[in-house]
Design a protein around this ligand. Structure first.
Ligand code: FUB
Length: 459
């Protein structure tokens, strides 16, 4: 009996070990961006890249505290590179400067990029750039939209129909729209308060067209907000409510849809409180952008999902480690932050009088923190790895595969050699890096280790 039960216990343990997911250290529900609080996702597909514009909840926000808009890019839907703040309240000299940088959306027309920005309580402004990365400039010097009640003028979403007519929709708790002129910075006709506002419409409209039908997704009635949608045969309604794309959940008080087609798949973005909830049960407006694949039914309606999936979307392709990878490219991270520093700021800070480039880099790196980059394709194998770092107290970057304590393929030592704050490249040999792997960059050392700009493998 004793032998049998021991054998049974061993068998059960072995079966369980085989069926459990690998101990990656990554929590099951994982918002896309961990180094900052982000909200109101507005994805734009341009030249094979997803440009994700988001609003930005400050780290110490209690209620809404929002000063600028950030940009992230991806070509595989799992690894996202931070591109910094592309616009801020400072770009609108006429607007209040202390708060109110709410949900933006960017659209391209004839090689120009138009970023529609609400200044909460001040109307909706528009910025224009020659590139999706900016720099964005205010061509009007005043608000584009100030409707019947300026506090309702939030969440602008532009849409250009196949006939070239552009529209701007916005509003909470009403849905408004207006026809934009071809210049995208002026409009014709009256602002219309949409009379067929769909069931449980609250805010955050997002309009797109598919197979001749128009879709309007939106944040459903607060609180909590999910993502509902309606359909119409015309861009100006009437809108017929079709259901929920993502159900309302106690996990997120607010929500805000952003929907794209990319490389043959559809994606729905939204936001939640999943990141801040790992730290506290208190409620703060410190939100985090989420995203999942979205599927249509044969009749054009959209399949409902209860919440963002645990596994997230599948990676499209892989990441090439043989080109320079900015350290702020990640599928997941723990502990680290990012910072942009201009050439001037760094010279001043370190008083070195040297010419150094403007950089966005990973900072606040301590023992045990890590960055995970998904689906890195080493091909037949790598021989060495080089990193760009600026030492503080020094430490080691361990490159591991599969999980946070997985096989070590390289260890780069960054010395604390009295040259603190100076960017330098350091390299190390690589062993056993072959094929496609999730790579964990695990930081080891004492105190604050270093700042980290980029990494690159060599064959
Ligand atoms: O982020 C500020 C506001 O919260 C947005 O404008 C709304 O859509 C809601 O997400």
């Amino acid at each position: 009996m004793q032998v049998h039960s021991t054998l049974a216990a061993i068998t059960i343990a072995l079966v369980m070990a085989a069926t459990l997911p690998a101990q990656t250290g990554i929590p099951p529900q994982r918002p896309m961006i961990q180094t900052k609080y982000t909200a109101d996702p507005a994805p734009l597909v341009y030249n094979d890249t997803v440009f994700l514009y988001v609003s930005h909840d400050e780290d110490d926000a209690i209620g809404f505290k929002m000063l600028d808009w950030l940009l992230y890019t991806s070509t595989d839907m799992v690894n996202w590179q931070e591109r910094g703040a592309v616009a801020s309240l400072k770009d609108f000299k006429w607007a209040r400067q202390d708060n109110g940088a709410w949900a933006v959306q960017c659209i391209e027309r004839n090689g120009k990029f138009y970023l529609y920005c609400p200044m909460h309580g001040g109307g909706i402004g528009v910025l224009v750039a020659d590139s999706p990365y900016g720099p964005f400039k205010d061509p009007l010097g005043k608000a584009l939209i100030t409707g019947e009640n300026v506090w309702h003028d939030i969440d602008p979403t532009p849409f250009i129909d196949d006939d070239g007519q552009a529209y701007l929709y916005w509003g909470n708790p009403h849905l408004f729209y207006v026809k934009l002129n071809e210049d995208m910075i002026s409009y014709s006709g009256e602002i219309v308060k949409e009379p067929t506002k769909p069931t449980n419409y609250q805010e955050g409209p997002w309009v797109w067209k598919r197979n001749g039908m128009y879709y309007l997704a939106y944040a459903s009635t607060c609180c909590p907000e999910g993502i509902g949608y309606a359909m119409s045969a015309s861009p100006v309604g009437p809108w017929e409510y079709k259901g929920m794309i993502v159900d309302a959940s106690e996990k997120s008080r607010g929500n805000h849809p952003g929907i794209i087609e990319y490389k043959g798949k559809s994606y729905c973005f939204g936001h939640s409180s999943d990141l801040i909830k790992r730290e506290t049960t208190k409620f703060y407006e410190r939100r985090s952008v989420d995203m999942d694949e979205m599927e249509y039914n044969a009749d054009g309606t959209i399949r409902n999902r209860h919440y963002w999936s645990v596994e997230g979307p599948a990676q499209l392709g892989s990441l090439n480690p043989y080109r320079r990878v900015e350290a702020e490219t990640m599928a997941w991270s723990e502990g680290v932050k990012t910072r942009f520093e201009s050439e001037y700021e760094r010279n001043f800070m370190w008083d070195r009088g040297k010419k150094l480039a403007d950089r966005l880099f990973v900072t606040s790196i301590h023992h045990g923190d890590y960055i995970m980059v998904q689906g890195v394709d080493f091909g037949k194998g790598a021989k060495s790895v080089e990193v760009s770092v600026a030492s503080k107290f020094g430490g080691t970057i361990e490159f591991r595969t599969g999980q946070v304590n997985g096989p070590l393929i390289a260890a780069v030592t960054v010395k604390s050699d009295g040259d603190a704050g100076v960017w330098k490249t350091v390299s190390a040999p690589v062993k056993n890096a072959k094929g496609k792997q999730d790579v964990y960059l695990v930081f080891k050392g004492e105190k604050e280790l270093f700042e980290f700009d980029w990494w690159q493998f060599a064959k």
